[in-house]
Design a protein around this ligand. Structure first.
Ligand code: NAD
Length: 296
């Protein structure tokens, strides 16, 4: 079994790392925040004092960090992964970052003999805990084959989608669909509530039809309870939509609906809701219509 280094033990990284430990992998972990590191050490992992130290003792390194600058810092920065990794190491970045940033980091890794895959995930915290994430992978196919079994511990589906950066392009497509689904759900449910129909009944009436979706089933029960504890924070979804817009503009692709949902989330951020779950997008519509989508 390969020795794995895990960097970034937040909402997603912590349960993913725990699942690798449960499967019997030997793990060395690092996070700039020490609390989750202590938790992983109690569960059987070894503590690394830096990304460099983690990399020096691993054959496969996984990073699960917020955004492109964090990945660049942890991999390319002082005492970063590339300061410690041996040639032949495989770096799997599972963070959701800009596809161009994946390509940039991969070029620098290649110069040190380190092969990189970009392997972002979808499914949120519950699926990270269950080990049933959807994982979309870009990068060399032989490296993918070598680590497929490790990824399968964390995900129910593991799909190679193309060269480096394609994993994150796929994730941007995923994030556009999720954000717009939540906005459509919110718009429709505020309308139904304002019209005097119980939104819980509307949800149960439509979930088996064409409007039913994974997003509807994951988010509607939380909205009905007014539970916006993250989950996936609005500020992280803003980051993904900014990356989507930047990528679209570089390619000359108009994405009108994506720019609207980005501005809706920016408005919620101004209102102090950046750390709410993205199901909290409903609050934008609730403020406009002065109606709350809650259990009767
Ligand atoms: P998080 O903020 O909870 O966790 C990130 C962790 O990285 C934190 O513990 C932080 O201390 C650590 N960190 C930051 N910079 C670091 C550095 N330089 N070195 C070491 N550690 C560092 O975020 P999350 O919700 O776990 O998300 C991680 C990634 O997964 C993001 O790109 C996010 O978009 C993506 N994602 C999240 C979800 C979700 O539901 N939360 C779902 C799918 C994908």
């Amino acid at each position: 079994m390969k020795k794995i280094g895990f960097i970034g033990l937040g909402i997603m990284g912590k349960p993913m790392a725990k699942n690798l430990l449960k499967e019997g992998y030997s793990l060395i972990v690092y996070d700039i925040n020490n609390a989750p590191v202590r938790e992983l050490v109690a569960a059987g992992a070894k503590e690394g004092k830096s990304s460099k130290e983690v990399a020096a003792q691993s054959e496969v390194i996984i990073t699960m960090l917020p955004n492109s600058p964090d990945v660049k810092e942890a991999v390319l920065g002082k005492d970063g992964v590339l300061d410690g990794a041996k040639p032949g190491t495989i770096l799997i970045d599972m963070s959701s970052i800009a596809p161009l940033a994946s390509k940039e980091v991969s070029e620098k890794a290649k110069a040190k003999g380190v092969v990189m895959l970009d392997a972002p995930v979808s499914g949120g915290e519950p699926k990270a805990v269950d080990g049933t994430l959807a994982i979309m992978v870009g990068g060399p196919e032989d490296a993918f084959e070598e680590v497929k079994q490790i990824l399968a511990v964390m995900g129910a589906s593991v799909t190679h989608v193309g060269e480096i950066g394609s994993g994150n392009t796929t994730k941007l497509a995923n994030q556009i669909i999720v954000a717009l689904n939540i906005a459509a759900m919110a718009e429709a449910m505020v309308l139904a509530t304002k019209a005097g129909v119980d939104p819980e009944k509307v949800y149960h009436a439509i979930r088996g039809g064409l409007a039913g979706s994974t997003v509807l089933d994951a988010k509607m029960p939380l909205v009905l309870d007014g539970n916006f504890k993250p989950g996936f924070r609005i500020e992280l979804h803003i980051k993904d939509m900014m990356n989507a817009l930047e990528t679209a503009h570089e390619l000359g692709v108009p994405v009108p609906l994506s720019s609207v949902i980005l501005e809706i989330m920016q408005a919620l951020k101004c209102d102090g809701k950046a750390k709410d779950d993205h199901g909290g997008i409903v609050q934008f519509y609730e403020m406009l219509a002065k109606a709350e989508v809650r259990k009767g």
